[in-house]
Every structure is written in C-alpha cells, then in structure tokens.
Ligand binder design. Structure first.
Ligand SMILES: [Zn+2]
Length: 186
C-alpha cells in the first residue's frame, strides 16, 4: 500500500511551508513550499508516497535512493549539487536532475541560500530559507545535534563533515528540517 498523502505545516505562523514524514520505513522527509499555486519540494522520498501534484521545482539534498526515489521523469526543474556523484554507494541520481544553476533562489516570500555541505556524500547540500530561518539540512544535520553517516562519503568525508557542521553552526536557524526524523525548534 502506498503511504498516505499527509503533509503537515512546518510551524504555526509560517504559511505555505509543509513537511511529510514517515518513519515506518527508510524514506526521507519531504518538504513542500507553496507560492501562488506553485510548489517547490526539497527531497522526494523513496517513491512510495503518492504526491497528488507535480512539483514545479525540486531540490535534492543529495543523491541517496531514499531522497531521490520519488522523482518522476516528467518533472522538469530538478536540481542536485554538481559535486554529487553516482559512484557513491546508494546514490541513484535521476536522469532529469540538473546541476544547480545558482547558490541562492527566490520563491515567492521564501529566499533560499544553498550551502554545499560535503561529508555524508560529496554533493550534499543544505537549503537555508532566510526569511523564516528554516534550515533544510538533508542528512548532514539532524535534530538534537546528530549528523549523517560519513562512511559513504568517500575519502576525507569525516573531516569534510566536521567542516560542514561548522558552517551550519554559524547559521542562525530557528527551525531545523532534517532529512529524517523530527524537526527541531530553537
Ligand atoms: Zn543519505
């Protein structure tokens, strides 16, 4: 049975920002931002969720199957960091995923800064939505200060992860939206 469509608001008072989370299997959280009927998602889950919409834009925090499996071939604007590589284990980069065109992105009242955070994978990235201080952190940083495994990230991944966590620690985020598990509120 496909998982149920059940996006929830990220926080009271932030209109147009939602998440879908299902910890009953290995699938990423999916984050949804809406503006005037347009939809932007960050990560697409493992593919077993039936999304009753086609996102206009999809950012992938990295190329692992549990984050990219939901990407459909008909989606046009799918972006992944150019450093992400199919040579890493569990990476399945969708054929229609394009390298990021820029490091910042406006979507209605949302403004995203895209931060390269290698360690979990070479092309892991986080999205910092600066107007609401939302950090979408993929598998780099989790609620409670945990971080993603580095045994899949290639040579020097542990050092890179520490550098990436250091960069994230300097951001004044108020809501952490990680790739798995609970959100965190400061
Ligand atoms: Zn991962």
């Amino acid at each position: 049975m496909p998982a149920k469509f059940n996006f929830k608001p990220i926080a009271d008072g932030i209109e147009g920002a939602y998440f879908l989370r299902d910890d009953s299997r290995i699938t990423s959280n999916i984050y949804l931002f809406e503006h005037e009927g347009k939809k932007l998602i960050v990560d697409a889950g493992d593919g077993r969720d039936i999304l009753p919409f086609t996102p206009d834009i999809c950012f992938l925090t990295h190329g692992h199957f549990d984050h990219v499996g939901g990407v459909k071939t008909g989606w046009k604007e799918v972006f992944i960091h150019p450093s992400e590589t199919i040579t890493s284990k569990f990476a399945v980069i969708p054929v229609n995923a394009h390298p990021l065109p820029s490091t910042s992105f406006d979507f209605g009242k949302f403004h995203f800064e895209i931060i390269h955070t290698p360690g979990h994978t070479p092309g892991s990235m986080c999205l910092f939505e600066t107007n609401n201080s939302i950090l979408v952190s993929g598998d780099t940083l989790f609620a409670g200060g945990g971080f993603g495994r580095t045994d899949l990230g290639g040579e020097g991944a542990e050092e890179k992860m520490q550098e990436s966590l250091e960069i994230l620690s300097r951001l004044d985020w108020k809501i952490l939206c990680p790739g798995h598990g609970e959100l965190e509120f400061k």
